[in-house]
Design a protein around this ligand. Structure first.
Ligand code: SF4
Length: 428
């Protein structure tokens, strides 16, 4: 299969646009002017079940939904369409709406590594042993866009990309050398595996020379959105050779695959892609969010984990969907998320117990929603910090917050786990 990409304009020339129910067509026309839309021929032809649209989970995973905008903004945009305004005239309102929708991603100032008094652009360190790297070519795009992605502001936005990515592959190297406690280097962005193997190698090679770095990690949804990347694409072999090359340098290659729904693992091509990656010696660990209307039942999670185990993958994290979007419509109430996760765990093989969840993951903390407890007749959610920023002492700590059946928020997790480190001198 040859890769064909569709944006909000070219999608309308496909027969699938005509298959959208009328109301959905209108939602697509309106919302795809605000949010970036990208699909490809594999997703359209082999993943979405068009007989089930709009309820199909993969359709929901790709296509924007009405609730992503406030009712006011949606109606306003709808009126502009009904008045027959052209794209240019609508643009100022669209830009204003986009601006309002900018996700507020909370960063710890201390997460930006510095060297000789200068911040290293394109690097972020929220945990002591991991450095996240955003090479400029890796932050551009993915094989398709997920409706719930909060990184959409950076797509097609050269300014945003410049501020958050680095160009010279040697930029983070002095910092890595000066901080040998960093053992894991994570290449992320949008999807790093969209790039050619030779371009990826340019950025990896300098890191491979650092002895203290033991793990190279990629976060990618390529297996779900475009498995041909590892099978018949002309750059498939060079990419697999790169995976072997990384390991020949004595590094562990951790391929973190983003899967949301069992359907993404059902086609033969994805199974073949997985086998080819595993044959290189790489370990594939799976993570993804729990998303309302897509995978929020025990049945969905059981099917997802069963497919992962059957294909030799390691279930890793089930995240609580981010709440960066103020009108967030993807997050499941915490009580429900916990119930779904726990019920699913009871019915799966012990091998699926490697998955941790539901886990809040932001740029500051990794916090597990570990259960519900009752003290003096009052119910509480139990939260456990799995990882915290290096300047705090929150890691491993347990906190209780009042139980609320309907809440979708655990409050400010940074504040909750912001325990100051006690200097060693004061401990004696
Ligand atoms: S693959 Fe990842 S970065 Fe790309 S749109 Fe989906 S969630 Fe966002």
């Amino acid at each position: 299969m040859i890769f064909k990409s569709f944006n909000n304009k070219t999608f309308k020339n496909t027969p699938y646009y005509d298959r959208l129910p009328e109301g959905e067509r209108e939602v697509f026309d309106i919302l795809s002017t605000v949010f970036h839309f990208k699909a490809n021929n594999y997703v359209l032809e082999h993943l979405i079940n068009w007989d089930e649209v709009p309820e199909d989970p993969i359709y929901k995973l790709i296509f924007p939904r009405k609730e992503m905008l406030s009712a006011f903004d949606f109606e306003h945009l709808k009126q502009l369409f009904q008045l027959g305004m052209d794209a240019k005239t609508r643009n100022s309102f669209v830009q204003a709406v986009r601006k309002k929708m900018h996700p507020e991603v909370k960063h710890a100032d201390t997460g930006y590594p510095e060297m000789d008094g200068k911040i290293i652009t394109g690097a972020y360190r929220n945990f002591p042993t991991i450095l996240n790297l955003f090479p400029d070519p890796m932050v551009k795009t993915c094989h398709a866009y997920c409706s719930y992605c909060f990184r959409w502001v950076a797509f097609d936005n050269v300014e945003a990309q410049k501020k958050t990515a680095y160009r010279d592959p040697y930029d983070p190297i002095p910092y890595l050398k000066a901080n040998p406690e960093i053992t894991d280097v994570l290449f992320t962005g949008a999807d790093p595996l969209v790039l050619t193997a030779s371009k990826i190698k340019e950025y990896i090679d300098p890191v491979l020379e650092i002895e203290s770095v033991q793990v190279i990690r990629f976060n990618s949804k390529a297996l779900a959105w475009w498995p041909y990347r590892f099978t018949t694409d002309k750059d498939a072999e060079p990419l697999l050779e790169l995976f072997e090359y990384i390991q020949s340098k004595g590094k562990h290659l951790n391929f973190c695959a983003h899967f949301t729904h069992a359907r993404e693992l059902e086609n033969d091509v994805v199974k073949e892609a997985i086998q080819r990656i595993r044959q290189t010696g790489a370990v594939i660990r799976c993570q993804g969010p729990l998303v309302k209307g897509i995978n929020d039942t025990p049945k969905d999670l059981i099917a997802l984990w069963k497919h992962q185990i059957a294909n030799g993958l390691v279930p890793y994290y089930l995240f609580v969907e981010a709440d960066h979007n103020p009108e967030s419509c993807f997050r499941v109430p915490l009580a429900e998320a916990l119930r779904v996760f726990q019920e699913a765990q009871k019915e799966t093989s012990g091998l699926a117990r490697t998955v941790r969840g539901p886990v809040f993951m932001n740029d500051l903390n990794r916090v597990l929603l570990d259960g519900v407890t009752e003290i003096n007749g009052e119910k509480y959610f139990v939260l456990k910090s799995l990882q915290s920023p290096p300047e705090t002492d929150g890691e491993g700590k347990i906190k209780l917050i009042p139980y609320d059946e309907h809440t979708k928020s655990a409050g400010d997790l940074f504040e909750l786990f912001k325990e100051e480190k006690v200097p060693l001198a004061q401990m004696h």
